[in-house]
Design a protein around this ligand. Structure first.
Ligand SMILES: CC(C)(COP(=O)(O)OP(=O)(O)OC[C@H]1O[C@@H](n2cnc3c(N)ncnc32)[C@H](O)[C@@H]1OP(=O)(O)O)[C@@H](O)C(=O)NCCC(=O)NCCS
Length: 179
C-alpha cells in the first residue's frame, strides 16, 4: 500500500487526551466504518446531522479508505475516496479526531492520496464542502485547509438544498514525469 511519511518525530496521546504529533503516516487501509462513526462523533459542529452521519458510516463500509493511525494502531483520521472517472479522484469524506485537529493528520492524508493519484495518472482532485455563503466558522476553517493544499473554488451550487450551499473545489494535478 502507498505510504507518505511527513518529516518529524512520532505521535502519541498527552495526559489531557490531546494527540500530539509532528509526523503522521497516511496509507490506504481496509474499510473502518466503526472508526468513522467514532471520529464523526468527536466533531458534532461539522457532523451534527444523524442522517448524513449514517450515510457516511454506510459509505465507509465499501469506499476506498485512507487512514492515519497513531503509534498504537488506533485510527486518528479517515478519508474516503470516490473515483467517478479515471482522471479524477473525489474526497468523499475526510475527518480527523477532534483531539488531533491541527496536527497534520488531514494534510498527511491529502498528501498520500495526491501522490497516489499522480502515480495513477489522475489529473484532478475534487472535494465538495459547505460553501462560503453559509456563515459557519468551522467550515470556513475547512475551506482554508483545502485552499492551503491547493484546491480552488470552482462553483457554489444548491446540490444539497438552498440551506446548505455546496462548494465544489478542484485541484489540478501535473502529470507524473515520464522517463
Ligand atoms: C479539516 C480537517 C480534515 C483538517 O485536518 P487537520 O489534521 O486538522 O489539519 P492539518 O493540521 O493537516 O492542517 C492545518 C491547517 O488546516 C486548518 N484547519 C482547518 N480546520 C481545522 C481545525 N478544525 N482545526 C485545526 N486546524 C484546522 C488550519 O488552520 C491549518 O492551516 P494554517 O496553518 O494556515 O492555520 C480536520 O480539521 C477535520 O476533521 N475537521 C472537521 C471535519 C471537516 O471539516 N471535514 C471536511 C468536511 S468537507
Amino acid at each position: 500500500m502507498p505510504r507518505v511519511d511527513r518529516p518529524g518525530g512520532g505521535a502519541g496521546h498527552t495526559a489531557q487526551g490531546e494527540v500530539r504529533a509532528t509526523c503522521w503516516t497516511a496509507a490506504q487501509d481496509h474499510p473502518v466504518p466503526d472508526d468513522v462513526a467514532r471520529l464523526l462523533a468527536t466533531g458534532p459542529e461539522w457532523f451534527g446531522q444523524p442522517d448524513s452521519n449514517a450515510e457516511y458510516i454506510e459509505a465507509a463500509q465499501t469506499k476506498e479508505t485512507w487512514t492515519v493511525r497513531d503509534d498504537g494502531g488506533s485510527v486518528v483520521g479517515v478519508t474516503l475516496v470516490d473515483r467517478h472517472f479515471p482522471h479524477v479522484a473525489e474526497i468523499h469524506l475526510t475527518v480527523v479526531d477532534r483531539a488531533a485537529h491541527g496536527s497534520g493528520a488531514g494534510t498527511a492524508m491529502l498528501a498520500a492520496i495526491e501522490a497516489d493519484a499522480v502515480r495513477r495518472g489522475v489529473r484532478l482532485l475534487e472535494v465538495k464542502t459547505l460553501g462560503p455563503s453559509h456563515p459557519d466558522s468551522g467550515y470556513a476553517r475547512t475551506r482554508h485547509f483545502y485552499e492551503k493544499w491547493g484546491f480552488l473554488p470552482l462553483e457554489e451550487t444548491d446540490l444539497w438544498g438552498e440551506a446548505t450551499p455546496c462548494l465544489i473545489m478542484v485541484k489540478p494535478l501535473a502529470p507524473a514525469p515520464s522517463c
